[in-house]
Design a protein around this ligand. Structure first.
Ligand code: C5P
Length: 224
């Protein structure tokens, strides 16, 4: 039933999403985007009017999450269906990310999502993308990667993406948001963002995503 796992953890904007998609496509393995689960929980809480300080309410939302991830050929990438409604376009916004990181700091929410994440383990293998994949969710993973980059570089990449999609936002503001999210993710009491002891740490500040991909592939070969 179970296959090998490669975990990829790191702060937001380091390139984990792109790297994980490249790895999953190359190896033909399944992909767990754990951030999407926290984002969907954030959207569901908003939709049901559950306040961010209502821990029992958030736990119930996470435990009963009615979500489907659908691979679609017409639309690019995975479509996310929450309670029958396609929420894909709301999922990746800065606002949803900010709420997600607050929801993710609640211990009961993390506990409620744990088994759902572990259920993604499958043959021929799984690429797990998140903050605590190597430290908490899949501690026995065959290969653990921690991908990071400076906040300035991550801010610039995000700024460029926004401009390309026709959105304007101040670079300084984006970098500030990234630092605030890093701070929340790294300094929370439960499952804080940090490299697993055995993780290979890659700083992509001055690297192309292809170079990062190559380095991980080499490590995967060594790990067998
Ligand atoms: O990776 P992404 O930006 O989609 O994640 C959104 C938020 O969800 C993160 O800022 C983080 O607070 C939380 N998260 C988490 N643990 C994970 C994945 C995401 O706490 N494994």
């Amino acid at each position: 039933l179970t296959g090998p796992i490669i975990t990829v953890d790191g702060p937001s904007g380091a390139g984990k999403g792109t790297l994980c998609q490249m790895l999953a496509a190359k190896l033909n393995w399944a992909l767990l985007d754990s951030g999407a689960l926290y984002r969907v929980t954030a959207l569901a809480a908003k939709q049901h009017g559950v306040a961010l300080d209502n821990e029992a309410g958030l736990e119930a939302i996470a435990a009963h999450l009615d979500v489907q991830f659908k691979v679609s050929n017409e639309q690019s990438g995975v479509q996310v269906i929450l309670e029958g409604e396609n929420v894909t376009s709301n999922l990746r916004t800065e606002e949803t990310g900010a709420i997600a990181s607050q929801v993710a700091a609640v211990n009961a929410v993390r506990a409620a999502l744990l088994e759902r994440q572990r259920a993604f383990q499958q043959k021929p293998g799984l690429i797990a993308d998140g903050r605590d994949m190597g430290t908490v969710v899949f501690p026995a993973a065959e290969l653990k990667v921690y991908l990071t980059a400076s906040a300035e570089e991550r801010g610039q990449r995000r700024h460029k993406q926004l401009l390309e999609s026709g959105n304007n936002a101040s670079l300084a503001g984006i970098i500030e948001d990234i630092r605030a999210r890093d701070d929340r993710d790294m300094n929370r009491a439960v499952a804080p963002l940090r490299p697993a002891d055995e993780a290979i740490v890659i700083d992509s500040t001055n690297m192309s995503i292809e170079a990062v991909f190559d380095q991980v592939q080499q490590a995967a070969k060594r790990a067998g």
